[in-house]
Design a protein around this ligand. Structure first.
Ligand code: C2E
Ligand code: CA
Ligand code: CA
Ligand code: CA
Length: 279
């Protein structure tokens, strides 16, 4: 028994109940938001370091909440993952991204590919490749315009199964990227066995690589290894000209980051393409 006659315990349990209540609300909110089409995609340009041209865009989900405004994925994705809402949401993201890329092609930008983030709960051997096949054929997007980004944690579970899925996706004609590379625990042997097309060097190494020699060394080592394995290399999170120069000198093929552009709403991304702006 506590000194305040149980007031504290009651308060704590009330908070816990409210916490739980809020969570349940939010889970159903996510599915309702999906039905009400409150999610939208923003597109962050990916730029060739040889030509300076926009060659792709990563689709990043946002929640246009009726009261809270534009909500960042950091605030709702953990819940979406935990509750499983990420599966229908992820399918919607894929469909919307394919539609967007179709529109770019219609406007004369058929070479601009769209990158879609895939969660571990979507990347299941039984269902993932058939889902991709069905979304692609419904949209009519040429598979070569689609890139799928998965993180190391997604691929860690069973390397042989994962390798088989990546091969199937490659046979479908699309590309796959290993996202946030360097932040997980995968060994180089492991990387060699997984037929990814692209490595995305994590922004934590790129950011301030010009002031932290260790970061620069990591970017250079990853680039050298990636090139030797025949992988495409994208440097993420490039914010400053010094970082740009460093990733270019390291031999990265493409960059993505605020230095060129933040993620843009659909219309703004099209305006950027039409403007022909280069790096
Ligand atoms: P990510 O896949 O690593 O995406 C890159 C994140 O870095 C994006 O944050 C982007 O806005 C941000 N970023 C890009 N360039 C810079 C830069 O130069 N400086 C800084 N400081 N940040 C930069 P965002 O849009 O908040 O997305 C966060 C994460 O949410 C993504 O990280 C991804 O893991 C996840 N995510 C976003 N959309 C989806 C989606 O549709 N499905 C799934 N499964 N995950 C998604
Ligand atoms: Ca990503
Ligand atoms: Ca990333
Ligand atoms: Ca990330």
């Amino acid at each position: 028994a506590s000194q305040d006659g149980g007031n504290t315990e009651r308060a704590i349990s009330r908070i816990r109940e409210q916490g739980l209540h809020e969570r349940l609300m939010l889970e159903s909110d996510l599915l309702r938001a999906l039905e009400r089409q409150e999610f939208e995609l923003h597109y962050q340009p990916q730029v060739s370091l040889t030509t300076g041209k926009v060659v792709g865009a990563e689709a990043l989900v946002r929640w246009r909440h009726p009261e809270r405004g534009l909500v960042s994925p950091a605030l709702f994705l953990p819940l979406a993952e935990e509750s499983g809402a990420i599966v229908p949401m992820g399918r919607w993201v894929l469909e919307a991204a394919c539609d967007a890329a179709r529109e770019w092609a219609r406007l004369g930008f058929a070479h601009v590919r769209v990158g879609v983030n895939i969660s571990g709960r979507q990347f299941k051997p039984e269902s993932f490749v058939p889902m991709i096949r069905s979304v692609l054929s419904a949209s009519g997007l040429p598979p070569s315009q689609l890139d799928l980004e998965v993180t190391e944690s997604v691929t860690m579970q069973d390397i042989d199964t994962c390798a088989a899925m990546l091969r199937e996706l490659r046979e479908l004609g699309l590309t796959t990227s290993l996202d946030d590379f360097g932040t997980g625990y995968s060994s180089l042997t492991y990387l060699k066995r997984l037929p990814f097309h692209t490595l995305k060097i994590d922004q934590s190494f790129v950011r301030n690589s010009h002031v932290h020699p260790h970061n620069a060394a990591i970017v250079e080592a990853i680039s050298q290894m990636g090139r030797q394995l025949g992988l495409q290399l994208i440097a993420e999170g490039v914010e400053a000209i010094e970082e740009l120069n460093l990733v270019r000198a390291a031999g990265c093929h493409e960059m993505q980051g605020y230095y060129f552009s933040k993620p843009l709403p659909f219309n703004d991304f099209i305006a950027l393409l039409v403007s022909g702006r280069i790096l």
